[in-house]
Ligand binder design. Sequence first.
Ligand SMILES: Nc1nc2c(ncn2[C@@H]2O[C@H](COP(=O)(O)OP(=O)(O)OP(=O)(O)O)[C@@H](O)[C@H]2O)c(=O)[nH]1
Ligand SMILES: [Mg+2]
Length: 614
Amino acid sequence: MNYRNDIRNIAIVAHVDHGKTTLVDAMLKQSRIFRDNQEVGELIMDSNTLEREKGITIMAKNTAVVYRGVKINIIDTPGHADFSGEVERVINMADGCLLLVDAVEGPMPQTRFVLRHALQRGLKTIVTINKIDRLNTRIPEVVRLTQDLFLDLAVNDDQLDFPILYASAKDGIAVTELGERGTDISPIFECILKNVPPPQIENGPFQMLVSNLDYDSHKGRIAIGRIWRGKVASHDTVVTVRADGNAEEHEVAEVFTYLGLKRLKVEEAEAGDIVAVTGIERVSIGDTLASPDMPQALPRIQIGEPTVEMTMGVNTSPFAGREGRFSTTRQLRERLDKELDTNLSLRVQDTESPDTFLLRGRGELHLAILIETMRRDGYEFEISRPEAITKVINGKLMEPVEVLTIDTKNKYIGVLTEMLSKRQGKMMDMRNYEDNVRLVFYIPTKGLLGFRSSFLTSTRGEGIMNTMFLSYEPCLGEIVSTRDGVLVASEQGVAITYGLNNAQERGLTFIEPGTQVYEGMIVGLNSRSQDIPVNVCKEKKKTNIRSSTSDVAIKLTPPLKMSLEQAMDFINRDELLEVTPKSIRLRKRLLTYSQRLRNISVVKAVPPEKVGRR
Ligand SMILES: Nc1nc2c(ncn2[C@@H]2O[C@H](COP(=O)(O)OP(=O)(O)OP(=O)(O)O)[C@@H](O)[C@H]2O)c(=O)[nH]1
Ligand SMILES: [Mg+2]
């Protein structure tokens, strides 16, 4: 075995929002990768549009900097639990990891998840307590809690001996001792050089594990991964060893390594480095690229299972085909197949209906990001309500259970506990910090669906919640839906103020005057438990008698507008969401009133205990 002292490979891991991408910004900026006058902005690695809009990392990405002659390959990872499949698949490229922990929040569920993965893979870990510039930091306690986490998760004693740094990624500084005045983040670079082992290399024929894929309209498919053995150069012939054991020969077109935000074309690259190769058209994540002399597969990447499912089908609303560019089954299938190449924790299955697919993912947000991306790409389709995936294990019905961590003000403890117990949540821990409290619950995934929006309203935005998959447990039975009935348009047409005003006497409305509606479309929320048809297109009866009051302009309450995720949470099983590039419409599955009346068994919108009120 040899080592390559000119390279270090490190993954940056943490709970969501603890500052990974901001730290990568600082590393890139301070290593003088950019020209002095170059405007590069913030969160440079969050390059995808949805990432920028939502301010979160969705996909893991590679970059590299050079520090004192050593190239440091950096892998930025997402911290949100729904995208943890990304962490699982890229962490194998690294020899070390930088674990960031927020100096106020301390270790969170996802901190534990990523640290467990890193330690199981034997990665050398550097802990960085980040955001030390914040008010109300509790650094000694955060350090102690982080040490406890290592005690819990380390697989050997060496792992308990880890360096700790203190940083403000935002200000671009890091120090080794608390209280020191930092000037830049060089202590992090120094610590990486000193503690992260240089990549071990094996001599022999080429072997690389594909951990990521990219696409370029000129170069075609790009396979990204770490070379474990040998070297690769342009025009080499390599073998792709696929999941089914089949092998195919391809010629490498070009080889690139990373530097800053660019890929640098190189003549050849050697074991220990992270590279991107083009010319391999048929390759998936997890495949091995190897020399034809020794076509051995590396262990495939293991990814945790999905917990949430929903259907996606061809749009069957009366407005189908009006707003989307792609709407046929074939187009949906092709798009989903393409997604499966890179979205490793997604599963797509056929259903009894040829026009409907079953989608499974790591959480609601995981699926919502796919829906939003497809809709922006010009697709239209309909989706069902997301549901937790149950399984039968040893003859018992089991369901996924998650850890829910909530940080909020003391005054919301009562209302949250009540809401969560209705959703079958069990409180496991409660800790107070002055006016703030951290609550930990175990709760079935089905109880979490739709919880986020009610959480935000009932804590008036003064709370943060996080969830993470825990295990499969025996199913506790259905949760009674507490949503009220809906106002359903009774005929097709254009909604007008008069009709909407009538509807507002029944409850809240979701649409503005001028909106096109169809029979069976949901236009509002009833203030009672049953669904009722309303005619929002109805005009005022003309009479000959003028009254001084009735002609006064009607003032409507502004409609309640839901985001995609809120709408996904809102709909019941007998309802669908119609998604197009221009609109998100809520609808009943059965569009006419008489169909719905005949098919009461499907209509579960009315919770049994509330029926009595009719
Ligand atoms: N005060 C303070 N804020 C910081 C610091 N580092 C990051 N932030 C802020 O924290 C927020 C999240 O930062 P990101 O870098 O996007 O966090 P992340 O870990 O990459 O988040 P995900 O990739 O979505 O998991 C942003 O608003 C940053 O400006 C810091 O050192 N101090
Ligand atoms: Mg990030």
